[in-house]
Design a protein. Structure first.
Length: 553
């Protein structure tokens, strides 16, 4: 260590713990006794050839701490011999272990031999007899990709203007080229992550921290005894049996039995970084993100980007396929704008429903003259129900069909008139014969109403009407329509006479309960067929964007 102190002249006390920081008193004493003032970093220093020194005893003037890792700490230093700022990585005192020291030196030599614009060059390497070592690298200035992505996630407008997605993708491309260069040299990085990618102030892009680099032809056995990152530190590098950063590690880095570690390991990490650039979400959150991929903003952005891709390159088959798939597959979550559009169209759907209800009530009209023909015993009840069923209820539905904004109270009044009318007609043959069929048909028709609560309310009203009609008779509050004996059940027709032709009247009533919902269902199915035809036509038109498989061969 004495040799190293002589070399630096301002070497601080060894650090025994990666996470510990020297206290203020120690730092002040160090500055006063051994550390010369550091060069200011507030601005780029001007080139000054005369500012260098020929003194060899103290070449590096130590400055501020830039960062720490498992094997050493990085400090800003001033190279007095050349007159420039450099970053010097110093081995920690705990790094006297032979395997750790070997990795420290290997990092310097591997990084120094990878001469690429996106790999920080190594200027100097020194190993002392006592085992301590350091190496000096180029001082890079800029922001890490992790810092940039974090600011973008927070919605920082200034960062968004300075680093548009195209610029980040261009930087990512430079990193990919650097990784490809390293792979050509049989070197794997094994710790690619946004925190190890720096974008310089003048367009430079650097892939940092080659401490976990693996030489494919030499590193069959991993050195042991490295530092383990604290639990939950998603960006901290884990060294030892598992080397890498959680969230960016390929499966084979976690479990070597899955596959041998190779260039694909770095490619996996590059994919994780690319995912984070495109989605601003960590790769470890990809599964959760894909669980709800159809956010309004995300889907809109995807449609815009695919549209641009097709416009720029009309022969881009993959882009066209993705565009068609996105357009023909509905989102899992309905966007608020679509929900609002549905609410805006609700009056039109209510008007169409009222129009179909008015038409479905027309088959009840022939029952009135037939009922008069067979004889009426209770004229007031008969005519009240007949007028309500064949005139008032259809008229109310016609008013609703022509209303610009159908009122809820008017809809409720139309239902009340219908239910009261059919319940009154139950006096013709009792509540167990014709009433259930009429109520069932009406309830089914109203299930086309756009509001779910409204549909449930109509269903409940039909059930209550039926039970009320039965309860009034079975409790004796009104004269019952049935007399049950051991030989059978006798029907008392309170509303009508029962001449010989009476069975034909009841047959006609039953026929109406079949015809009325059938007319309604026919019109509903016709409207549905038109909608289906439009959807299939739209899908066919979109499919024409992408040529068929047969046309491509």
């Amino acid at each position: 260590m004495q040799t190293m102190v002589t070399r630096f002249g301002t070497f601080p006390a060894p650090v025994d713990d990666v996470a510990s920081e020297p206290d203020a008193a120690t730092m002040d004493a160090t500055r006063q006794t051994r550390v010369a003032p550091a060069v200011a970093l507030s601005s780029l220093p001007a080139v000054d050839p005369a500012g260098a020194s020929d003194v060899d005893e103290v070449r590096y003037q130590l400055g501020t701490l830039l960062g720490r890792g498992g094997m050493g700490e990085v400090r800003l230093c001033h190279d007095r011999r050349i007159g420039r700022d450099v970053a010097v990585k110093l081995m920690l005192s705990r790094a006297t272990d032979t395997a750790v020291r070997a990795r420290f030196l290997r990092e310097a030599r591997v990084q120094g031999q990878l001469e690429h614009p996106a790999i920080v060059p190594v200027h100097d390497l020194e190993v002392f007899p006592d085992g301590s070592a350091y190496f000096a690298i180029k001082r890079v200035r800029g922001r890490t990709l992790a810092d940039i992505l974090g600011a973008l996630r927070r919605g920082d407008d200034e960062t968004a203007r300075a680093f548009p997605q195209r610029k980040l993708l261009a930087a990512f491309n430079a990193v990919c080229l650097a990784v490809d260069f390293a792979h050509e040299k049989r070197v794997m990085h094994r710790d690619i992550k946004p925190a190890n990618i720096m974008l310089g102030d003048f367009g430079e892009v650097y892939l940092l921290d080659w401490g976990l680099a693996k030489l494919l032809e030499h590193d069959d056995e991993e050195p042991a005894g490295a530092v383990v990152a604290p639990a939950g530190a998603a960006d901290a590098t884990i060294a030892g049996s598992m080397l890498g950063t959680p969230g960016y590690m390929a499966p084979e880095q976690i479990d070597a039995s899955i596959a041998p570690i190779g260039p694909a390991t770095d490619v996996y990490a590059l994919g994780a970084v690319l995912f984070e650039i495109l989605s601003l979400q960590r790769h470890v959150e990809a599964k959760a993100a894909l669980t709800h991929p159809d956010t309004e903003a995300g889907r809109s952005a995807a449609l815009r980007e695919l549209g641009r891709a097709v416009a720029i390159d009309a022969d881009n088959t993959e882009a066209r396929r993705a565009l068609v798939r996105l357009l023909t597959t509905p989102p899992t979550v309905t966007p608020p704008a679509v929900r609002q559009r549905i609410r805006d169209e609700e009056p039109a759907r209510v008007r169409e429903l009222a129009r179909m209800l008015a038409i479905s009530l027309l088959p009840f009209a022939p029952l009135v003259p037939v009922g008069v023909w067979i004889g009426v015993r209770e004229p007031l009840l008969f005519w009240s129900c007949a007028i309500g069923l064949t005139a008032v209820a259809p008229a109310l539905n016609i008013v609703l069909a022509r209303s610009r904004s159908p009122k809820a109270w008017l809809q409720a009044l139309a239902h009340i008139v219908f239910l009261a009318s059919v319940a009154g007609f139950a006096r013709a043959a009792g509540p167990l014969l014709l009433l259930p069929a009429a109520l069932a048909a009406y309830s089914v028709q109203l299930q086309l109403h756009p509001r779910p609560r409204y549909r449930g309310a109509v269903f409940a009203a039909c059930c209550i009407t039926f039970m009320a009609a039965c309860g009034l008779e079975f409790s004796g509050l009104i004269e019952p329509s049935y007399t049950i004996t051991s030989d059978g059940m006798l029907i008392h027709a309170h509303m009508h006479e029962l001449p010989v032709a009476a069975p034909w009247f009841f047959a006609l009533c039953s026929l109406v309960t079949v015809v009325s919902p059938s007319v309604f269902a026919y019109r509903a199915r016709a409207a549905l067929a038109v909608a289906e035809e439009r959807l299939h036509l739209q899908a066919w038109q979109l499919a024409q964007i992408v040529p068929s498989e047969s046309s491509q061969h």
